[in-house]
Design a protein around this ligand. Structure first.
Ligand code: MG
Ligand code: MG
Length: 282
């Protein structure tokens, strides 16, 4: 059977710029709607509008059995939450995952937002810290792509960043990293080989070199790493009821360096603390 190389040509990498920017625009459109009183279905509709307005289509709707444009996961839900009638509340921690397909190429990205709540400052502070740790671990993994020789270097950087943050205030232990859900290659399809683990593995994995495009997406909890799938057959929640956060970007490795396809600045702001400067695709 024909197996597509995991390494893309420079022309193919350039084809992934536009779907990346459309994915970023869709999340930008959703972000201001993440507030008390909004239903998760309203967030979904806004993301779909933003994608269609740019002549693209939702790649989540192309996933077998899934009929929405985003996944939206609230509080103890970590990933794969289905939009519906749930109304967002003050203090909720909300992760939104979204992707667009444009001219046959894909983008995939996720953000986490904590809704303010003046009556529960401790809960809000803990949730904001969880999101900060998760986002930071994503940038640590992306920064590692600039110098990694193999995929294993990326997972080690993600886990190392999380461990260096010290214990979660909620559990008193290191933040939990989901094991069963991982990052992935992306291109003609949203989910392609190779898998990208968010933790150290015994195997070095595939070589990191020009042409590789990866969705880097740590999924982190303020407690344990064990999860279960809810009765809706999609939503992944923590067993211990701790909170979840999910951040994701699609990132290209090319001859000149790395470029974050789903960030309008190529990842410059997020990578700056790591001393990495992204290079635009030539
Ligand atoms: Mg995603
Ligand atoms: Mg993904």
């Amino acid at each position: 059977m024909f197996r597509r190389s995991i390494y893309k040509t420079p022309a193919q990498l350039r084809s992934m710029v536009e779907p990346g920017l459309i994915t970023a625009a869709a999340l930008d459109a959703v972000r201001p709607l993440i507030r008390p009183g909004a239903s998760t279905l309203e967030l979904d509709a806004e993301a779909n509008r933003a994608i269609l307005a740019r002549g693209a289509e939702s790649n989540f709707q192309l996933v077998r059995g899934y009929h929405h444009t985003i996944c939206v996961s609230v509080n103890e839900e970590v990933v794969h939450g289905i939009p519906g009638g749930r109304v967002l509340q003050p203090g909720d921690i909300v992760s939104v995952d979204c992707g667009a397909q444009y001219e046959g190429w894909n983008g995939d990205s996720a953000i986490t937002v904590v809704i303010p709540d003046d009556t529960r400052p401790d809960v809000v502070a803990q949730r904001e810290e969880l999101s900060r740790v998760t986002e930071g671990s994503m940038w640590a993994g992306i920064a590692a792509m600039a110098s990694a020789s193999h995929l294993g270097d990326i997972g080690a950087a993600i886990q190392g960043f999380i461990e260096a943050q010290g214990p979660s205030a909620r559990s008193g232990e290191t933040y939990g990293i989901l094991r069963e859900y991982v990052g992935h290659g992306i291109g003609r399809k949203m989910h392609e080989a190779p898998s990208v683990f968010n933790y150290r593995t015994p195997d070095a994995g595939a070589a990191v070199k020009p042409g590789l495009v990866l969705a880097i997406e740590p999924m982190v909890t303020s407690g344990g790493e064990e999860t279960f799938v809810e009765d809706d057959d999609w939503t992944v929640s923590t067993v211990d009821g701790s909170d979840g956060s999910h951040w994701e970007h699609s990132v290209a490795v090319h001859a000149g360096g790395i470029w974050v396809l789903t960030a309008p600045d190529g990842g410059a702001a997020g990578l700056a603390p790591f001393g990495v400067v992204p290079a635009p695709l030539a």
